[in-house]
Ligand binder design. Structure first.
Ligand code: SF4
Length: 417
């Protein structure tokens, strides 16, 4: 590997880390004050590398230095730009370089923490040791109190994964693909049993640490949670497969989050991969389904029921909550003045905050349609599904042509947008 300066390594390893969805941020136009095209004038750049935003356990949005330790890897996962057979420029930080970068970014107030992942170098254990050493040095040598999120390597010695949890606020282990068949085909060196075994061990360690801290204040801290990521659209898995897998992971391993990352074609892609990316809307619909299970009390099979039974895919033109409601019209209209909270959560267009507000307000007075309108973006979407003091959708809830009335209007795209 050629000798590279820190700036060059940062460019390569921050770019390589962008494929991890756990802290995605939106794109923008490229601008750089050092560009000759701009006369080398001005201030700032949109091409700065390595900083992304994520949500801390307490809900704050924080800036993280998001990098890989190295983008070299001895594995050859087909969907990954860093795989062994990929023709990309390689770089590698030492553990000390990552520590120094984190501290200098932190002291300049650029970041509030570190998100560190890595390709696998030499062996899973060796790589995990390097990741742990970064976190250890930050915490023990420099008393670093910022946020640390470590991607862990499932094949590594469980003791090393445990050590990662002792220093990090969050650890994550990627399940990568929703089905066993997909994993075998696209990441043949990975083993679903070992991935889930490592998740189970992290879950036990989190629970043990909570229990111990409940009894002894001096008990060591352990990561507050774990998360995972699934790639969507690289294999033939349906939305139903993805939702079922995610729900199983939440149940069995108490995950904080499952992230869904729409597969994006990579340079020199393997022939087994699709040529084009899935619609980004698919990723969005999966996040909405995830939300329904976590905050709206839908069972996984109910979310799957919103999908087209022939294809197993969620509709792209309407959200899964509306799709479910259109298939279950017998559950509507819901009387906002009487219905239990869980029925109100099923009404398309009513969010958790709106439902909480309705439940609170109706203790004191009867809710009218205007009251609901103030709590939602589109009362037209809500109206066919509710009864209020002054509104009852007599015929409309049964009309077969309800979908065009409540679905978002399609927009003409601008040719030169
Ligand atoms: S192990 Fe990770 S970094 Fe290596 S090829 Fe597979 S997905 Fe990429």
């Amino acid at each position: 590997m050629a000798q590279l300066g820190i700036q060059e390594k940062l460019g390569i390893l921050a770019d390589a880390a962008k494929y991890d969805a756990s802290c995605a941020s939106s794109g923008t136009a490229k601008r750089n004050s050092r560009d000759a095209a701009g006369g080398g004038k001005g201030l700032g750049s949109t091409e700065g590398m390595g900083i992304c935003h994520a949500y801390a356990p307490d809900g704050r949005c924080i800036s993280l230095l998001k990098i890989l330790l190295t983008n070299s890897c001895i594995f050859d996962c087909h969907y990954c730009i860093n795989r062994k057979s990929s023709n990309v420029r390689r770089a590698r930080f030492t553990a000390q370089e990552v520590v120094n970068l984190t501290l200098s970014f932190y002291r300049r107030n650029y970041i509030e923490g570190l998100f560190l992942s890595s390709g696998i170098i030499r062996s899973s254990n060796y790589t995990m040791e390097q990741l742990v050493e970064v976190a250890r040095s930050l915490r023990e040598d420099h008393d670093f109190r910022g946020y640390i999120h470590l991607k862990t390597i499932p094949d590594a010695d469980p003791e090393l994964v445990h050590q990662a949890g002792l220093y990090a606020d969050r650890v994550s282990i990627n399940v990568e693909l929703p089905t066993l068949g997909g994993l075998k085909r696209l990441a043949p060196e990975k083993d679903a049993g070992r991935i889930e075994g490592a998740m189970g061990a992290v879950k036990s360690a989190i629970l043990d640490a909570k229990d111990a801290r409940g009894r002894y204040k001096s008990a060591p801290r352990f990561a507050a949670g774990q998360s995972t990521q699934m790639i969507v659209g690289a294999d033939a898995a349906t939305d139903g497969d993805v939702i079922s897998k995610a729900s199983g992971l939440y149940d069995r391993f108490g995950l904080r989050r499952v992230y869904y990352s729409a597969f994006s074609p990579i340079p020199d892609a393997s022939a087994v991969l699709p040529l084009s990316r899935p619609p980004l809307m698919r990723e969005h619909r999966l996040y909405q389904s995830d939300w329904l299970m976590r905050f709206y009390q839908y069972r996984p099979d109910e979310v799957v029921a919103a999908a087209d039974p022939a294809t197993g895919m969620l509709p792209l033109d309407i959200d899964p909550k509306l799709a479910w409601a259109l298939k279950h019209r017998e559950r509507f209209p819901v009387d906002v003045n009487r219905a239990p909270r869980e029925d109100l959560l099923r009404v398309p267009g009513l969010g958790v905050k709106a439902v909480n507000q309705i439940v609170k307000s109706r203790r004191w007075r009867r809710i009218r349609l205007d009251d609901v309108a103030r709590l939602t973006n589109s009362v037209a979407k809500v109206r066919p599904f509710i009864v209020t003091e002054d509104w009852r959708p007599t015929l409309i809830a049964d009309r077969a042509e309800l979908k065009p009335l409540v679905a978002p209007k399609t927009k003409q795209l601008e040719l030169f947008a």
